[in-house]
Design a protein around this ligand. Structure first.
Ligand SMILES: NC(=O)c1ccc[n+]([C@@H]2O[C@H](COP(=O)([O-])OP(=O)(O)OC[C@H]3O[C@@H](n4cnc5c(N)ncnc54)[C@H](OP(=O)(O)O)[C@@H]3O)[C@@H](O)[C@H]2O)c1
Length: 269
């Protein structure tokens, strides 16, 4: 019978909750997961949302799990890793989701070489449509890579990349949901401006973004080709696209990804 992987979370906030919810839909079960947090409110909320066990002891999370997911803010990560170093054994795989903190930074807080994988997920993993990149530390094995790929596959899609590209993943898909929420809000505002009730405008906007994204993922067609396919000469769509171009929509979006990538690098340095 296949062994069920025991997963532990240090830090029981938004991302831990999103991942725990996703992982309990196919990778493992709530009774094989545990989370710790300095805030009892965070423990109560993740327990209520995901049915997993909670504790205020990071050491207990290590004792009760094989995969330890480090889900605290980047500024607390080194102190957390230093604090659990003596509680780790060779069976442990450390998975960090902290923006900007490198595998070398994590290894530097440990007294022994450990198997470490760095993942940049995003919050839509809460609804099973996450997008993530991950990189392997020198001691992580191909089996570890497979395991993390299977974990992330239960909450969306994931790509293995060289670690030097994880800041770029952060700038695109890690922070990307916030860009898209702004785009959805702007589409909705546009709809209200031309007379649509707010709730209809917001639902139409969100469904349009989701539908367009699904078209790209399912057809594999270039987004530009899909755009041209719905842009008739002198029609409505080209009028809208012209306004986007006038507002430097594409350059601004590219700049947003670059700025977030740079910030991720700064956070790591
Ligand atoms: N949110 C995103 O969209 C996103 C996307 C990709 C990656 N990430 C990464 O995911 C990580 C978690 O982000 P998040 O949004 O889930 O943050 P969050 O909601 O603030 O959750 C982190 C939790 O860890 C707790 N914590 C702090 N120090 C701790 C310690 N020593 N031991 C145990 N728990 C401790 C925090 O308590 P306090 O509030 O008291 O500090 C908080 O409850 C970050 O490193 C972030 O870079 C986030």
């Amino acid at each position: 019978m296949a062994t069920i992987t025991r997963v532990g979370f240090i830090g029981a906030g938004r991302m831990a909750t999103a991942l725990a919810k996703g992982l309990s839909t196919g990778f493992t079960s709530p009774d094989h997961m545990i989370a710790s947090d300095v805030l009892s409110a965070a423990c109560e909320s993740i327990a209520a949302e995901t049915w997993i066990r909670t504790t205020e002891s990071n050491a207990e999370v290590c004792a009760e799990s094989d995969v330890v997911i480090l889900a605290v803010k980047p500024q607390y990560l080194r102190e957390v890793v230093t604090g659990i170093a003596s509680h780790l054994q060779s069976r442990h795989l450390l998975v960090s989701i902290a923006a900007g903190i490198t595998i070398a930074d994590i290894q530097a807080c440990l007294d022994t070489e450990r198997r470490v994988i760095r993942v940049m997920p995003n919050t839509p993993c809460l609804v099973g449509t996450g997008a993530a990149g991950f990189a392997l530390g020198g001691n992580a094995t191909p089996d570890d890579a497979e395991l993390v790929k299977r974990m992330l596959a239960t909450v969306g899609i994931a790509f293995q990349v060289p670690e030097r590209l994880l800041d770029a993943v952060t700038g695109l898909s890690g922070s990307g949901p916030a860009y898209v929420y702004q785009f959805i809000e702007a589409l909705s505002d546009g709809g209200v401006r031309v007379g649509l009730p707010r709730d209809i405008a917001t639902k139409l906007a969100a469904q349009t973004v989701m539908g367009a994204a699904q078209m790209v993922l399912e057809t594999g067609e270039h987004p530009g080709a899909l755009k041209d396919a719905v842009t008739s000469p002198g029609g409505t769509t080209i009028a809208g696209i012209h306004e986007l171009e006038r507002g430097a929509f594409r350059a601004t979006t590219m700049n947003a990804v670059e700025a977030a990538t740079r910030r991720s690098m700064e956070l790591g340095s």
